[in-house]
Design a protein around this ligand. Structure first.
Ligand code: XIL
Length: 355
C-alpha cells in the first residue's frame, strides 16, 4: 500500500494562478544588490524565454559544459563545442553571468554513464589506466579553461566528492578508484595552472548542514585551504531530496567557510513540491522556503548568490528519475505552463527590504 501511495501522482490546487504578476524584476533587483540569482538551463529555448531576464541575472548550463557533452571521442580527446558555445555566447550577449559546471564529476560517469569512463578504461591494460585517467582529467580541465578563458569566470572544478549519504567519506567514484583520493587536489591545482584568473569552486550536495557528513565536508575544505591547494569558493548544491533543510542552519554553515576566506554560493537549489504536502498551499509553502533560503544568502556577505537547478516545471531532471523522486517535483520558479510561482514575489520582496 505505502509503495503505491508514494508513486500515486498527486496534484495540488494552484491558488497562485488567480494573481500571477504580469512582469517581475527579480533579475534586475539581484543585479542592483550585487548577487547572482540564476537557473540551470538545458537548452536555448529556456534561455530565450521572455521571462528569463525578468527572473535572473545569472545562468548555469545544466549539462552543456559537462565532459559527456563536449567530448565526442575519448580516445582522441576530440571536442565539439557547438552546443555549449551557442548557449554560453548567447547568455553573455544577454548580459548574464555564466557559471561553469562541472569539470571533474565522478557521478556523471558512474551514475549517468556520460561518458562511461570505466568502460573506456577497461579497454586498456590495467597498468595504464591510472595514468590515462589522470591525463584525461588534466587535459580536459586545461582545454575547457582555455576555451572559455575570459567568458566563464567561475567554475565548479570538482563536483560531488563525498558519498551522497553516510558520514562524509570520499566517494569511491571513477576518479578516486583510478587516480586516487588526490584527484581532488590534482584537479584544483591543474585549474589554477590553466587559468589563474578563474574562481575555483568545489561544489557539493549536502542533505543538511549539521550532521557528520556536513562536518566532514567542512574539514575537507579546511584542510585543502590549510595546505595551500587553490580554492576560491564552495558551492552548496542544496537539492532538498527527501526532507527540507531548516533554512537557518545554512547561514551558520556558510559563515564557517567565509571565515576560511572562501566565497560560498547556493548552486543547485531545489525543494520538491511533494515535501510540502502537509501545507494547505504547497506552492505557497515552497515559495516561502525559497525566500527563507535566499535570505540566508543575503545575510552572509561571502554568499555570491542562489541558482535554481532548472528553469520551469515543464522539465526536471528529477522527473527523469521517477523511482528516486516520485512526482510532483515541480521545484522551479516557473510552473508547468511557465507561469510565475509564488516564490518569485516572495524572493523579490527580500531585495526591496534588504540591500
Ligand atoms: C543532472 C542534470 O540535471 C541531468 O539532466 C543529467 O541527466 C544528470 O545531471 N548534481 C549536479 C548536477 O551537480 O550536475 C546534476 O545534474 C544534478 C545533481
Amino acid at each position: 500500500m505505502s509503495a503505491l501511495w508514494i508513486y500515486y501522482p498527486r496534484e495540488y490546487i494552484r491558488s497562485y494562478l488567480a494573481s500571477v504578476p504580469e512582469t517581475v524584476s527579480l533579475g534586475n533587483k539581484a543585479s542592483l544588490a550585487g548577487v547572482n540569482v540564476g537557473a540551470a538551463v538545458r537548452d536555448m529555448n529556456q534561455l530565450n524565454d521572455s521571462r528569463y531576464l525578468q527572473l535572473y541575472n545569472s545562468v548555469t548550463p545544466e549539462n552543456a559544459l559537462k565532459l559527456g557533452r563536449v567530448m565526442t571521442d575519448l580516445d582522441t580527446q576530440t571536442y565539439d563545442f557547438e552546443e555549449a558555445d551557442a548557449l554560453v555566447n548567447h547568455a553573455l550577449a544577454m548580459g548574464l553571468n555564466v557559471r561553469g559546471h562541472a569539470l571533474v564529476f565522478g557521478k556523471a560517469s558512474d551514475m549517468f554513464k556520460s561518458p562511461d569512463l570505466d568502460a573506456w578504461l577497461e579497454q586498456y591494460p590495467e597498468t595504464q589506466r591510472s595514468a590515462m585517467l589522470t591525463q584525461l582529467m588534466r587535459q580536459h580541465i586545461s582545454v575547457m579553461l582555455q576555451h572559455y578563458r575570459g567568458r566563464i569566470h567561475t567554475w565548479d572544478v570538482v563536483n560531488e566528492v563525498l558519498d551522497l549519504f553516510g558520514n562524509g567519506n570520499i566517494e569511491k567514484n571513477v576518479f578516486q578508484r583510478y587516480v586516487g583520493e588526490d584527484y581532488i587536489e590534482i584537479a584544483l591545482r591543474t585549474a589554477k595552472e590553466a587559468d589563474e584568473t578563474i574562481k575555483i569552486v568545489l561544489n557539493e550536495q549536502l542533505n543538511n548542514y549539521t550532521d557528520n557528513r556536513a562536518e566532514a565536508f567542512f574539514e575537507l575544505i579546511k584542510s585543502l585551504v590549510e595546505r595551500g591547494v587553490p580554492l576560491d569558493g564552495v558551492g552548496l548544491q542544496a537539492h532538498n531530496l527527501y526532507s527540507l533543510t531548516p533554512p537557518h542552519t545554512l547561514k551558520a554553515y556558510m559563515k564557517r567557510f567565509a571565515a576560511l576566506g572562501l566565497s560560498v554560493e547556493i548552486t543547485e537549489l531545489e525543494a520538491r513540491l511533494k515535501l510540502f504536502s502537509n501545507f494547505d498551499d504547497p506552492y505557497l509553502a515552497q515559495g516561502k522556503f525559497y525566500r527563507d533560503i535566499t535570505q540566508q544568502c543575503l545575510d552572509v556577505k561571502a554568499c555570491l548568490g542562489v541558482t535554481f537547478w532548472g528553469y520551469s516545471d515543464e522539465t526536471s531532471w528529477m522527473n527523469e528519475l521517477p523511482y528516486l523522486f516520485p512526482v510532483p517535483n515541480e521545484p522551479y520558479l516557473l510552473d508547468i505552463n511557465r507561469k510565475v510561482k509564488p516564490a518569485v514575489s516572495l524572493i523579490e520582496s527580500l531585495f526591496d527590504s534588504n540591500r
